[in-house]
Structures are given as C-alpha cells and as structure tokens.
Design a protein around this ligand. Structure first.
Ligand SMILES: [Zn+2]
Length: 253
C-alpha cells in the first residue's frame, strides 16, 4: 500500500519503474437490492487483488480509493454522494500534481463506476499535459457504453446493478445483497434501436431515473456468487495482463 510507505523513503521505494494504481469508486444508489457501496467495494477489492497477485512482478502500488466521484446521474436519489465534473477534475489534477513529486511516471486509474469513464479519459490527457505522467484507465469490466459487453438476457443493457455487477458484489459481500428486492428492469424499447442505445453510434445524456423509478438498469434476478467469483477472477487476470503492457508502454519511441 502506497500510503504505508514512510514519507522520507518514498524517493527510494517508488521509482521510475513503479506503477501507481488509483482505485476510483462511487457511493451511489444501486436500487433496493444492493447498497450504495457497490462500485467502491468492487474498485478497491479488484485493485487489492491485482496488487497482491502481480504487485511484486510489476512494482505496483495501490493508492487509497477515491470513494466519492461523479455520480450525478443518481443525484435524484437522496443519499447518493457525488462530485460535480469540475470538482472531480480538480481532485484528479491535485492527485496528479502530488504524484508528480515522486519518481513514478505511470498512473493507472482503476475505475469501478461507469459514469466516470468519459471524465477519466479526459483526465488522462490533462495529467499527461500538465504533469508529464503516463496515464492509463482500466476497468474491472468495461462499461457497455464504451465497448464492453453486457449479457444477452439483458439485451446489452445491464449497465447498473444488473446481472454481472450484482453477481460480483454477491461474491465480495454476500451479506449485503437482497435479491428478494430485485426484478427485471431492462429498457427493452431502446435495445431495438440501431443507433441511439448504450454502445450505439449515437450517445445520449441520461439519468438513472429516466428509464424507471427504481434506479437500476438490468436484470439482477439470476445473479449468483459463483458467477461473480468467475467474473472477478477474470477481471483480475485481465488487469494483470494489462499491467504487463502498461509497465512497458512508451509510445513506440
Ligand atoms: Zn455500480
């Protein structure tokens, strides 16, 4: 853990080969069957597993999780904690400025919340330009709106609190899931669109209560901890492979 390094030793322990990983979570409503901590737990647990599995091999350092992020698509739900895009970008810039005081050259954002993705991609360039860092974005599972897959049974629209996310969380925190409060909530009409849909050629602005009052989007009813364990293992392995390339990445020069 990065924060466990003794201050005066940072200059020796963290060097040009080191890769710093910032888990980015969220504290936001996930419907009645899941707690608000889902994205925070998934981002943190994934980072922890990646660092414990590949940390020595790739010189990985886990930063404290940025637990509150850009969850304003859930601002309608009392209790959701969120930063505005402007605040979030400022926070990332300040973290980048701090990291640039170390010898580390590579910063990986490990994002557990799909609603952050666009802003995080923008931040990669801001931090590259302003502080010279080599910056990367990885996901435990790529959001469907960014080329990731969602299950057939959810028509590719299991984007929030659906089958896969609920399963992963059941694997990580079984006591915090109540499937008796879950039902199928898939916006079927949008799924038949050729262009205006998640991952389609036309992007659209949306809030999580635009589709239904329940605030989750997908079909969590078939979620199982076993499925979640498999997805989690796959995510950790994939990010391990990604770290292998990230560590060597040098723009081909
Ligand atoms: Zn989530």
């Amino acid at each position: 853990m990065y924060a466990d390094i003794v201050g005066p030793d940072v200059g020796d322990v963290v060097n040009e080969q080191s890769v710093l990983i910032l888990p980015v979570g969220a504290v936001e409503q996930h419907g009645p069957h899941l707690p608000m901590s889902v994205d925070d737990v998934i981002a943190t647990e994934t980072a922890t597993a990646v660092v414990s599995t590949f940390g020595d091999e790739h010189d990985l350092w886990q930063l404290p999780t940025l637990s509150i992020s850009k969850s304003n698509e859930h601002a309608w739900c009392p209790g959701t904690l969120w930063l505005s895009p402007e605040t979030m970008m400022s926070v990332l810039r300040d973290i980048g400025r701090s990291i640039a005081t170390t010898r580390a050259e590579r910063l990986v954002l490990l994002n557990g919340h799909g609603g952050n993705t666009t802003l995080l991609v923008t931040a990669l360039r801001e931090l590259r330009l302003e502080f010279g860092l080599k910056t990367f974005l990885v996901h435990p599972s790529l959001p469907p709106a960014y080329g990731g897959t969602s299950t057939e049974v959810e028509l590719g629209m299991g984007i929030h609190g659906g089958l896969n996310e609920t399963s992963v969380f059941m694997h990580l925190r079984p006591d915090l899931v109540d499937l008796s409060r879950a039902e199928r909530k898939v916006p079927e009409k949008i799924a038949s669109n050729a262009h205006v849909k998640f991952g389609g050629s036309v992007s659209f602005g949306w809030l999580s209560n635009d589709f239904d009052d329940v605030g989750y989007i997908g079909d969590p009813t078939g979620a199982t901890a076993e499925r979640g364990a498999e997805l989690f293992r796959h995510a950790v392995t994939t990010i391990g492979e990604q770290m292998n390339e990230i560590r060597a990445f040098n723009f081909g020069r």
